[in-house]
Write a protein that binds this ligand. Structure first.
Ligand code: PMV
Length: 337
């Protein structure tokens, strides 16, 4: 009853920000992302045992916060219900290869790996072996986790049904098709964020007047990005990627009380990327920010050096790392315990 899974983080280019159903984590709009390579990875081992009286979690070698354990247990309740084993608890050990909750999408890789490991461990093969079902389940832990089930580019469909049965991700493009794509990540603050994305997006949907307007532009942007992915044409979606990030951060600021994830260094980076593109006369790089101040600059192999060089001029960046595009969920032979 023990199983291990690996999932990588994904960084959205069309963002998930807002839910039409909170409990079922059904989003207000479709979103699209690229899955990162193994540098941004969660490995999770789950063992169910009749000897346990409650779930235990070890996260990056430490005891989790009560809130983190509660969220994981709540997710496992869905798994237990589906397996009809409501009283079966688990020991969970999970490791991230990168800072948790710093806007590097640790919840996406974490819950995708947890969904895969827990369903395999409890014997729910219709989930552990079926990516559509797995992405639907991972969504209940963290919305963005539904996209991390797939490698390459993935689209998470919001669907229209009330029960969320048409709300899952699909792969748009295999990782091999994006060998030249890079995400140059500039960590501007690796500390944990002040407000979780789960709580923040609820606030936006409830209070932002600009939110409705954002939903209209997302539909148009989805069409542009889907075509660019189909054509494997990064430059044709670069501007849209940046406008999409700006739109999400605008509705965050338009919420009450306002939500501000970007810091001064993030803003410097935005201007640097615009400068690089101006200097080439073409959009060769595109910034995007999640619920945190760290920059993700998508570019191609050809311009990676130019982007890194431009970042040298920005004061206060803690660390720069470069990710390629990676795989979806998989099951390694070795367990963590
Ligand atoms: O990681 P979640 O499911 O709480 O949602 C985070 C949403 C963003 O990262 C801000 C955008 C996205 O689509 O990943």
């Amino acid at each position: 009853m023990k199983a291990t899974a690996i999932a990588n983080a994904n960084i959205a280019i069309i963002k998930y920000w807002g839910r039409r159903d909170e409990a079922l984590r059904i989003p207000t709009n479709n979103s699209i992302s690229f899955t990162m390579d193994d540098q941004l990875q969660s490995v999770t081992t789950v063992e169910f045992s009749e000897k346990l009286r409650h779930d235990t979690l070890q996260l990056n070698g430490r005891q989790p916060k009560p809130k983190q354990l509660a969220r994981v247990s709540h997710f496992l309740d869905f798994v237990r219900t589906k397996a009809k084993k409501k009283k079966l608890f688990a020991k969970i050990v999970s490791k991230n290869s990168f800072p948790t909750a710093a806007g590097l999408a640790s919840s996406a890789s974490g819950f995708a790996a947890l969904a895969a490991a827990s369903t395999l461990a409890i014997g729910l093969r219709s989930f552990s072996e079926n990516k559509k079902n797995l992405s639907m389940l991972a969504r209940l832990g963290s919305g963005s986790a539904s996209r991390s089930v797939f490698g390459g580019a993935a689209e998470w469909r919001a669907g229209v049904k009330k029960d969320g049965s048409d709300c899952y991700s699909v792969q748009l493009s295999a990782p091999e098709k994006w060998k030249d794509l890079r995400n140059v990540i500039a960590i501007t603050n690796s500390k944990e964020k002040r407000i979780s994305s789960t709580d923040a997006m609820t606030r936006t949907v409830r209070t932002s007047e600009m939110f409705k307007c954002r939903l209209e532009s997302v539909e148009r942007r989805l069409r542009i990005v889907r075509k660019a992915i189909y054509d494997r044409d990064f430059e044709s979606m670069a501007k849209t990627i940046m406008q999409e990030s700006d739109s999400m951060h605008a509705v965050m600021l338009d919420s009450w009380p306002p939500i501000a994830y970007l810091n001064g260094i993030s803003l410097e980076i935005i201007h640097k990327v615009i400068e690089i593109n101006d200097s080439y006369g073409r959009p060769v790089a595109a910034y995007t920010f999640d619920a945190g101040p760290n920059a993700h600059i998508y570019t191609t192999k050809k311009y990676e050096r130019a982007v890194r060089k431009a970042l040298d001029d920005v004061d206060g960046i803690e660390r720069v790392m470069v990710c390629g595009i990676g795989d979806g969920v998989r099951y390694p032979k070795k367990d963590l315990f």
